[in-house]
Design a protein around this ligand. Sequence first.
Ligand SMILES: [Zn+2]
Ligand SMILES: [Zn+2]
Length: 246
Amino acid sequence: MRNKLDRRYYLDASDLWATKSVPKWDFHIHTNYTDGKASVQQVFERGIEAGLEVIAFTEHAEPWRSSTPDWFPNYVAEIERCRVSCAHQIKAFIGIEANACSFDGEVELTGAMREKSEFILGAAHRYPGLDGRKVADLSGPEAIELEYKTLMGLAQSTEIDAIAHIGATCAKYCAPFPLSLTREIIRSAAHNGIAVEINPVYHKPLAAFLALCADEGALVTLGSNAHGFGDIGLVVRALQAGLRHD
Ligand SMILES: [Zn+2]
Ligand SMILES: [Zn+2]
């Protein structure tokens, strides 16, 4: 059995919406083990500088994203080492961002990733069954349908803790993802106790997305989708600003 991130790090969207008090947490951060810029050590330094109290590393699980095949044990060891030395300044968790590989909520992870990850984010980066086609080759309606089916699978997955960036892949490559379908996915995730990520890169306006999660009684996680230095903690700053203007 893997060690799981404590349930208190999953926020009740209604409470967050009512109190507008955003904890200084960031649970979606990449490093230079795949396509991020900062090293694990630098994420710790930057996280502390940005005033974050809790972070989760969520490196991409897809093998093609990493230049070395056996990076995962090093990633785990480095996070474990840094979190001991930084224990008084910041709390950190080992996580992974896993791509859905079926419409039934299965994700692509190695045995070691399943065992060692304290936080598993499920994502729809490439839709199941594309058979070599790229998402960008799909028509808008096709991409919407596949994003919906993939995310509805993740919303009932027994393998993940939270769903990353709902609608993002479809919106990035093909067509805006409809709000009505976003709501359905959030509703199903809420029903199954799977958290929904609040992601400042893809959910705009961010406060409206939180309101939707609150409306559906969902649990949420805060995730910047950080790939650089300046975007570590972005979700906290963006959500605070969004809630102030609401
Ligand atoms: Zn992603
Ligand atoms: Zn990511």
